[in-house]
Write a protein that binds this ligand. Structure first.
Ligand SMILES: Cc1ncc(COP(=O)(O)O)c(C=O)c1O
Length: 416
């Protein structure tokens, strides 16, 4: 059996809850939104949380509520989700980048120290793939400079640094509840903040957004059902895998499922509006099981990494005080495209080109060698919680065989 890169689920009872929400008239508004916000704030350990219609909309509302002067300097990690720096620039801020470190793939605090100044109004850090960046050190640096720290926690629900949950380390944070994320409410997200007055401003701005209706609900149910179907092991093996396996290799060897990310593609269209009460019910139900799922996901990730660490360098937490949720396992693989292609032939589907060296997409004049290398080498290996330990061991053995056959070795052990 081939193993898919990821498994997408329909949130439990997503279809079953839909008619009730429509008939009761609480699809859009209802008490579960406040209940979900309070449960979320308590889980993260912050005074307030506000449900939003997407992670990126959350960042937009945070910036609006923060009232930073136009043209303020905002620093982002060079290796991140490209939509975020595009949005920062669209909002009229002076965008600067700082390189990532190869260990956590997050912003390098030492490099931030060289760049941050009294001009810096905010720093946006991304906790990529469920492994936190060194946000505790970065928070100290931003505070010393009077700048705000915003955490991109799209991947990082449930992770922590020094016992503090990601999302509670900086001044504010945004989470995403898209279908591939740890909490999946078929879209949506949450913003968290230390300052309840900011929460109130965000809430007020969101109340002016249009409500979502039946058309939105049907579209989300159908698209999520499609994603769940094609990543189901049976359908994946009978159809999707065969198509991927036998498709001709593209000249640029791009990942067919990766987005292109061009400036004109970045917009908030379809990502705004209000979070629905229906989604809040789905979110509340999932939060109850999140810790148990985290434990399985982490066990699978650590089992896979443990078997391959001698051969490949992995993204890993900065120390024992850091807990990851391993939403995705990221290996740094020289010759990544060839390894990915050979793995596919052996039944292991992998994912690449999800994050980019964002500095390469803007004319900043600077180059960030670690971000360049991360974009070229990060390959996501399957370790999702639905895989059995036998499947993890089988995947590890096949990856080891391909890596050995291609003569790939850990670059950090080659002295480069
Ligand atoms: C790291 C990161 N930040 C932000 C976002 C944006 O979240 P959303 O799609 O909910 O706007 C994503 C989406 O995948 C992401 O991966």
């Amino acid at each position: 059996m081939a193993i898919a890169r990821q498994r997408i689920h329909l949130p439990p009872a997503a279809w079953r809850r839909a008619p009730g929400a429509v008939l009761r008239g609480d699809l859009s508004d209802g008490p579960q939104i406040a209940e979900f916000e309070q449960a979320f704030a308590a889980a993260i350990g912050v005074p307030d949380a506000v449900a939003v219609s997407s992670g990126r909309a959350g960042l937009r509302f945070l910036f609006d509520g923060l009232n930073l002067p136009p043209g303020s300097e905002v620093i982002c990690s060079a290796f991140a989700y490209p939509v975020i720096p595009y949005l920062v620039r669209q909002l009229g801020f002076d965008l600067k980048f700082v390189d990532c470190e190869m260990h956590t793939l997050g912003m390098d605090p030492d490099k931030l120290r060289e760049v941050i100044s009294e001009r810096t109004a905010a720093v946006v850090v991304t906790h990529l793939y469920g492994v936190p960046c060194r946000a505790d050190e970065i928070a100290e640096i931003t505070r010393a400079h009077g700048a705000l720290l915003i955490e991109d926690c799209a991947h990082c629900f449930g992770a922590s640094v020094g016992g503090v949950k990601t999302g509670a380390i900086g001044d504010a944070a945004y989470f995403s509840f898209e279908t591939s994320k740890v909490i999946n409410t078929m879209g949506g997200g949450m913003v968290t903040m230390r300052d309840p007055a900011l929460g109130e401003r965000v809430r007020k701005a969101i109340s002016a957004e249009p409500a979502k209706g039946l058309g939105w609900l049907l579209k989300r149910l159908l698209t999520t059902s499609f994603e769940a179907t094609v990543t189901h092991p049976l359908v994946f093996n009978l159809g999707v895998y065969q198509a991927l396996r036998w498709a001709p290799r593209g000249p640029a060897e791009e990942d067919r499922f990766a987005s292109g990310y061009h400036g004109d593609e970045v917009s908030l269209a379809g990502k705004m509006g209000r979070y629905t009460n229906y989604q809040a019910r789905l979110g509340l139900a999932q939060m109850k099981h999140a810790a148990a799922r985290d434990a399985v996901r982490t066990a699978n990730a650590e089992r896979l990494i443990g078997q391959l660490r001698d051969r490949l360098q992995f993204q890993e937490p900065a120390g024992d005080h850091v807990t990851a949720n391993y939403m995705l396992v990221a290996a740094l693989v020289p010759n990544m495209h060839e390894v990915s292609y050979q793995l596919l032939r052996k039944g292991i589907d992998t994912k690449h080109h999800y994050m980019r060296d964002c500095s390469g997409m803007f004319e900043t004049g600077d180059t960030f060698p670690n971000a360049v290398r991360a974009e070229r080498e990060v390959l996501h290996l399957p370790a999702h919680p639905e895989l059995s330990t036998a499947q993890i061991d089988q995947a590890a053995a096949k990856i080891a065989a391909v890596v050995d056959a291609l003569g790939v070795s850990r670059r950090d052990r080659q002295g480069s």
